[in-house]
Each structure stands twice: as C-alpha cells, then as structure tokens.
Write a protein that binds this ligand. Structure first.
Ligand code: PA5
Length: 412
C-alpha cells in the first residue's frame, strides 16, 4: 500500500478528522461512477477485444485530447519500457507501438504519418462528449487513410457524434459511463483498452485502485491518505496562501502521472475564484531547473515528492566507476539508484530547511497495482478538495467560451 508522509509539512490537521464523514458523504452523494470502476470496469470485454486483435497491428494511434489522452500516456510511460517505440517488434513481443496525438498541431499530424503505416495501425478514437472538435477533426482526417476495420471508439454510451457514427458504421465501441467525466476516466476503457492492447495487467491496476477507494470509505483520518492529502492541500491554500502544488516524482516513467494530475487538479478545482496551480516536476532533473525557486522564491508552494522504493528490476546493477578520480571518490561504487535516493533525501532536507512545505508519497515499486493506487489517491483527494472548497469538481464551465468563439470564427 502506498504511504503518505506529511511530517515535513508540520501542520496540525486534527480539526479535519471529525469532518471526514461529512465530506466523504458529500462526495458520495455526487454519484460519481469512477469510484465504482474497480468493480464495474468491463475488464473481460476489453481483454476479449485485445486478444481478438493481437498481432494484427504494428501501431496504436490514440486520437483524443485532455482526459482522453493524458491517462493513456501516463499508463504507457509508467508501465512499459521507457523507449518502447524504439524497440524491435520481437523485443515488444509483438505488441504494437503507441502514439498519443493529444494535439492538432499540423506538424504532429504530418510527422505521425512518417512513422506509421495506416494499414497496419489501429486508431483508437476517444472522446467522452463524442463531439470535441479536435478529436473529431483528427478522426475525420485519419478515416480517409485507413479502412473502418482499423478503428475502435471509446465514448459516451448514448450521446455525441462519435456514438452516432459508431452505430451507423458498426465500429466496435466501448462505453465511458455517463457519470464519469473526462479527467476521471483513466480507469474506464479510456485507459484500460490501450493498456490491455499493450499487455498491461489491467486487473491489478483496478485492484490497486480499489484498495485505496476501500481505504477511503472505511478508514479514519489517521489512516486515510486521500483525505489527509486533501485536508493538507486545503489547509495550506486557505490559511497559508500556498496556491501552487508541485508533483515531483523521482522517477522518469512517473513524470506523465504528474502531467495527468496537472489537468485533474487544474480543471477540477480552478473555478469560482479559487484554485490551486499544479506544476509537474521531475526528480532529479528539475533540481537543476526548479529547486532554486522552490527553496528561495515565494513561499507559495507545496512540493509533493514521490519516492519509489524500487525504480527498476536492475536497481542494483548499474554501478558508477570513478576509480582514479579523487574528487569523485564519493561516487565510486555507488549505484544510480543510491545516487537518486540520496539526492531525494538531500533535496527533502534542503526544502525543509528553507521552510518550503513538502510531503512524500511512497510506493514500493512501479507496477499496475501501485499506479492504480496513485490514480485513485489523486482522484479521491481532488474530489474531496472540491467538497472542502464547496465547488463542483466535476464540471469545467471555464473552457466553454474558447470553444464557442473558435466555432464562431470558423463560421459555425
Ligand atoms: O475533464 C474533462 O472533461 C475534459 O478536460 C476532457 O477530458 C477534454 O475536454 C476532452 O473531452 P472529450 O473526452 O469529451 O473529448
């Protein structure tokens, strides 16, 4: 089970302990379907489909944006080889390469065509609303390049243009439950289908998520990381003007989890004049980019460090050889894992000395199980933050105007 260590935040959160049942009930009263996904996700349907197309495609291309792209990317980078798309087909054991467009940049639309053969590509079109212009445009473009057998859709069970096209053309389609919004959809077919197509163990992903959800439902404050995290973020924001939260994993594969979380926190909580600005950072890399600001800049940030007890199966194998270099003798015989962990400890101590609020989320290893736990932890904490701020974490009215104006300008 993941662990949350709030010691370095040095705050008394005891006042929140008694309020836990109230906020828990408020969140549950919103009938959010993502809470039930560990049981309700259509795992067998997904695995059956994945098995039926296994070996048929060299590439998967995800056409989607925002919550319909970020979770897929997070799963992919966290759980597959870091250079997956550069591996040979044999090294990938026949599983396809994955490309997530997540934009309509013409350079990307152009360049993707240099690396895929549309005839050997499965296009996974993902849009909850079924009508997001960026995704629909991507689909309308790529459907000219490949037969309809090379498409699978993931969308709302009833609404939207994509659902309509699916019905008209008989394209295989997976549902995103009506009561699950885009940025909370990673554990629906949105994340699960691409993951299964890449051979990721989605059963354990859901199991990990279910454990954190069960913990949230049954545990008191002292043993309830989701509620503790939300209480801390809220307390720091409302009483200490800490309006920036940095998620900083000490693991390159987890960096895209921070990217996914950036959308979750920003779009869920940034409304009605309140909000917390999320920043994604990477340890150790951003020690050489961001830490100067975090240590000596304004005291407006909470740094949420993620530590993995095991970064890889080969943690003990890669040893630095600094023989003959007296100035670097301290590195001689040290593994990269030891260096990474030592830098994390040192950075934590420095942040604390500079009185920069920091906490640590610890996971034993990077696996479907722990990634499921992380997704659910952040979703729950974000949902609870909405209740604490007394806002609806599940809408995004502030993105509408830009959409309306774009349509108008194009004569729509
Ligand atoms: O969280 C949300 O609802 C949004 O950010 C969506 O993920 C994003 O706008 C894409 O929407 P859709 O999945 O409807 O295409």
């Amino acid at each position: 089970m993941l662990k949350l260590n709030l010691d370095n935040a040095n705050l008394d959160l005891s006042a929140y302990a008694d309020q836990l049942p109230q906020y828990r009930d408020q969140l549950l009263n919103r009938s959010q379907g993502w809470l039930d996904l560990p049981e309700t996700a259509p795992t067998s349907q997904i695995l059956t489909y994945a098995e039926s197309v296994k070996g048929q495609f060299e590439h998967l291309v995800v056409l989607g944006i925002g919550g319909s792209a970020l979770g897929v990317n997070a799963l992919f980078k966290a759980l597959k080889h870091y250079y997956w798309n550069n591996l040979s087909s044999d090294q990938r054991q026949g599983y396809p390469q994955l490309h997530v467009l997540d934009n309509i940049d013409p350079a990307v639309i152009n360049d993707i065509q240099d690396v895929i053969d549309p005839a050997k590509t499965l296009f996974i079109v993902i849009t909850k609303s079924g009508s997001t212009p960026e995704t629909i445009s991507q689909y309308l473009y790529f459907r000219k390049l490949a037969p309809k057998e090379n498409f699978v859709f993931i969308t709302d069970p009833k609404k939207g243009l994509l659902r309509q096209i699916a019905t008209e053309q008989g394209i295989p389609t997976f549902d995103i439950p009506e009561n699950v919004g885009g940025r909370f959809s990673v554990l629906t077919p949105v994340g699960l289908l691409p993951a299964a197509l890449l051979g990721i163990d989605i059963t354990n992903l859901l199991k990990g998520a279910g454990e954190i959800r069960d913990n949230f439902l049954s545990q008191e404050f002292a043993t309830n990381p989701a509620y503790q995290l939300a209480a801390l973020q809220y307390e720091l924001n409302t009483k200490h003007n800490i309006n920036i939260n940095v998620l900083m994993p000490y693991s390159s594969p987890l960096f895209t989890i921070a990217d996914w979380y950036r959308q979750l926190l920003a779009e869920s909580i940034g409304k009605d004049g309140v909000g917390i600005t999320p920043i994604n950072a990477l340890g150790v890399t951003d020690q050489h980019s961001q830490i100067q600001l975090y240590n000596e800049g304004p005291k407006d940030k909470l740094i949420m460090l993620i530590k993995t007890l095991k970064n890889s199966e080969t943690d003990n194998q890669h040893v630095i050889n600094a023989e003959g270099l007296p100035d670097f003798a301290y590195l001689n015989g040290v593994t990269f894992k030891k260096l990474l962990d030592t830098e994390l400890t040192a950075t934590t101590q420095a942040l604390t000395k500079y009185k920069t609020a920091n906490i640590q989320i610890q996971i034993p290893e990077i696996s479907p199980h722990t990634i499921g736990q992380l997704f659910m932890l952040f979703e729950l904490a974000t949902g609870l933050l909405g209740e604490l701020f007394q806002i609806d974490a599940f809408n995004q009215p502030g993105v509408e105007l830009g959409k309306v104006l774009t349509k108008e300008k194009l004569g729509g």
